[in-house]
Design a protein around this ligand. Structure first.
Ligand SMILES: Nc1nc2c(ncn2[C@@H]2O[C@H](COP(=O)(O)OP(=O)(O)O)[C@@H](O)[C@H]2O)c(=O)[nH]1
Ligand SMILES: [Mg+2]
Length: 294
């Protein structure tokens, strides 16, 4: 199975991001809390140069909360601020601006000393496709529009979205393509649907997913699908399909339907809150996205 991206997009998007970087004070890097290694674009830190950054571990509602804690601790030890959020419920959304203020306290003080008033802090949201950039921007701005909407005389600049009177977001987030250093990164991104399924063989993908689950979380499969655990992921998938009534005429298992059911379950946390990557899977430093293969 070969998964490829289109490098043409990357050149354009990198240029856009470099141009946006000049306008902003802080970068909000969205990662998928279930796959913080794979959902990180390794070029981010070069692209953003020395701009302060906060990592937002999004979709934390789908991730294992204990592993998310490990990640926050991991970043903290590296001097990087990270926070778990969930753009559906809005969890921790109100902590973001206070964190930014803390991170930029020196800069804010400098600006104030120069007597400049009303200069908002401006942020850029960055992340790979499907990590939740649009949902994040909608959520954080909607929440605050109620607070700021009744203030007259606020000139609206289309390019910026007001979060509060001191804080704005660039309305077009930076889309970064993930980088596939190894096959596991590509697979993890496909499992969380960061890669379009049309370019993948979903049955083959599901066999891989079950192999990984057999390795890390076999009980979950047993409990959810009431199947006996066996080492052969393909046979296991057939069992799951049979249990779920995914049978075509002639009695064969409809593996395509089975794969769809299993991925739906995983992506909606019906298999529980599962994180596929932990800090101890990290090889090297934060900018290195290699995932250790089993
Ligand atoms: N469960 C869950 N789903 C989320 C969260 N944030 C975004 N999503 C979903 O992820 C999908 C992609 O989100 P979108 O904002 O379009 O991603 P973008 O491509 O980065 O702009 C959508 O179906 C969102 O509803 C979250 O925190 N939790
Ligand atoms: Mg979007």
């Amino acid at each position: 199975m070969n998964i490829q991206w289109y490098p043409g997009h990357m050149v354009k998007t990198k240029k856009q991001i470099s141009e946006s970087i000049k306008l902003i004070d802080v970068v909000l890097e969205l990662l998928d809390a279930r796959v913080p290694i794979s959902s990180k674009n390794p070029d981010v830190d070069t692209l953003i140069q020395n701009k302060p950054k906060i990592i937002l571990l999004n979709k934390s509602d789908l991730a294992d909360p204990n592993i998310t804690k490990e990640w926050i601790e991991y970043y903290k030890n590296k001097g990087i601020i990270a926070i778990d959020i969930d753009c559906i419920s809005g969890k921790n959304m109100n902590k973001i601006y206070p964190l930014i203020k803390e991170l930029l306290s020196d800069k804010i003080e400098r600006i104030q000393k120069r007597g400049i008033v009303g200069r908002p802090i401006r942020a850029l949201v960055l992340g790979i496709p499907n990590v939740g950039k649009s949902t994040f921007i909608n959520k954080i701005s909607k929440k605050s529009s109620a607070q700021t909407g009744d203030r007259p005389g606020v000139t609206k600049n289309k390019q910026w979205i007001k979060v509060n009177k001191e804080f704005e977001l660039l309305d077009t987030p930076g889309i970064l393509w993930p980088k596939f250093q190894d096959k596991k990164v590509a697979l993890h991104l496909a499992y969380v649907k960061a890669i379009k399924e049309e370019i993948l063989d979903i049955v083959e993908l599901c066999v891989k997913f079950l192999e990984e689950m057999l390795h890390t979380n076999p009980k979950i499969l047993q409990e959810r699908y009431k199947v006996d655990i066996k080492n052969d992921a393909y046979l296991l998938m057939e069992d799951i399909g049979r249990k779920r009534g995914c049978i075509v005429s002639g009695g064969d298992v409809d593996l395509y339907r089975t794969a769809n059911i299993i991925f739906e379950d995983f992506r909606n946390a019906k298999l529980g809150r599962i994180s596929l990557e932990r800090p101890l899977d990290m090889d090297g430093d934060e900018t290195d996205v290699e995932v250790k293969t089993n």
